[in-house]
Design a protein around this ligand. Sequence first.
Ligand code: PMP
Length: 288
Amino acid sequence: MSRIAYVNGRYVPFAHASVHIEDRGYQLADGVYEACEILDGSLVDARRHLERLSRSLDALRISAPLAPAALRFVLDETVRRNRVRDGLLYLQVTRGVARRDHGFPDKPVKPALVVTVRALDRKKIEATAVAGIAVITVPDDRWGRVDIKTTGLLPNVLARQAARDAGAKDAWFVDDHGLITEGASSNAWIVKDGVLLTRPSSNRILTGITMTVVKEIAAGLQMKVEERAFTPEEVRSASEAFLTSATQTVIPVVSIDGYNIGSGKPGPLAIRLREAFHRTAEIGPKIA
Ligand code: PMP
């Protein structure tokens, strides 16, 4: 089964999918993206991801590449053509192709849209969730608008690599006030005195779709959620910690900077939220 990518209006074999060398995404990271889970052949929380995409595009004054219904069709069609049951859909919109110049093109150009899909090994993610992961902390040296989901991810790339170099799975950013902002590609949570803590939405974090759904799930399970930032020391003394992201849903975090969190094993609330996730997320419609 060969992979297919959607590139600017065409479905093309993955090996031949390409964009112009003066695409502003390539030269200037002048673009935005979304990553959406595929579960049993259906997109998870596509509506919310597309709403966030609209907000990111508006913030950068990039026009929508397609009308909402047409875009949704392309996403479903890309999943269908790749016959992926469990995996990840990636979509990217850049300002388009223009002679390199920092300012926006004088004559408006068409935004460029690329959609790819790949299978994920659900068993492997499940095994990661059962074991829990180690994280390290790194200084948050990103720009001031990380609430916009742009393709400018160099600090996130370096943070993830620093984690790998340290033998950990992920990195949590710490701001100038000594407070954790979020993970390299996830939102950060801890449990303290039975209360779930996560940082409130602001321009210092990306408001995760998974985070939003988990807040709803927690409310439904009568768990208390407090939205406030916390320090690495609070993580060390927390009873449990976890991260949320669309491709992994809820993943327990069992150590930070080499210190065990709680029992050093995945905590019960993280496990319950993970189990409940797909019962609350919007899934579908099923793609034949
Ligand atoms: N923060 C950052 C920096 C991310 O890259 C992601 C993953 N897209 C998230 C948070 C989690 O967002 P979501 O739950 O929508 O995947």
